[in-house]
Ligand binder design. Structure first.
Ligand code: SAH
Ligand code: MG
Length: 215
């Protein structure tokens, strides 16, 4: 299946994005900044309306596109989002000031998620969107489970590593093998964890959806 064609087609079926989101998206695409693909935009729009989360945590802000999209479709939720790359932080701050407004519901935490996650509150989030460096997902998982409220949802983007995850380690370029191994480990853990119930969705670059069991 050709992912780009599928994504373009899916985009045509969706209601247009709000003007400011479309503007940020176009600029991000032309600046080579990664943002969630149309099918994942659709999934988050859907989940915001259906789950109606109150406290969202995002790991990997980039320039704030997905944070502003979640804010658009869950306007009452507090969105906490983490980014550590200064050039992107500059643009994210700008976009949040401009489009989330004063008394903003969006809080940008600046720094490495590996340092910030341990400081956040147990069970403090009912929706977590994981979209940072793929090689780190596995190292964040214990914290993420701790941060998720019972019944809370975790969505992880880019779990297929552009299709590499399903290939044998030997079919993957040498420099991609560490990420390959770590992402496979993440998929195993997220599927096996006694705290989570998960499904792997082969959409876009691969997405997992999980919820924290109520036990
Ligand atoms: N969610 C965004 C796209 C995120 S791209 C959107 O769809 O609009 C991934 C981002 O994660 C990059 O900007 C990268 O700088 C950031 N990142 C990667 N590892 C990180 C870490 N350990 N801590 C904080 N941010 C990280
Ligand atoms: Mg992504």
């Amino acid at each position: 299946m050709n992912i780009d064609r599928t994504e373009k087609y899916i985009e045509l079926t969706q209601r247009p994005l709000a003007d400011h989101l479309e503007e940020i998206r176009e600029r991000a695409l032309s600046d080579g900044i990664p943002i969630i693909r149309p099918s994942v935009q659709g999934l988050l729009r859907f989940l915001m309306g259906y789950v109606r989360p109150e406290n969202i945590l995002e790991i990997g802000t980039a320039v704030g596109f997905s944070a502003l999209l979640m804010h658009e479709y869950a306007p009452d939720a507090r969105v906490t989002t983490i980014e550590n790359y200064e050039p992107r932080l500059v643009k994210a701050r700008e976009n949040f000031d401009k489009y989330a407004g004063a008394g903003s519901k969006i809080e940008l935490l600046e720094g490495d998620a590996a340092q910030i996650l341990p400081e956040l509150k147990d069970g403090g989030y009912d929706f977590i969107f994981l979209d940072s460096a793929k090689g780190q997902y596995i190292t964040f998982l214990d914290d993420i489970i701790r941060l998720l409220a019972p019944g809370g949802m975790l969505v992880s983007d880019n779990v297929m590593q552009d299709g590499d995850v399903i290939e044998s380690r030997y079919a993957v370029r040498r420099r991609d093998r560490t990420i390959h191994e770590r992402m496979r480990e993440y998929l195993r853990e997220v599927s096996d964890s006694p705290y989570l119930e998960s499904a792997v969705l082969p959409m876009a670059d691969g997405v997992t959806v999980s919820y924290r069991k109520r036990d």
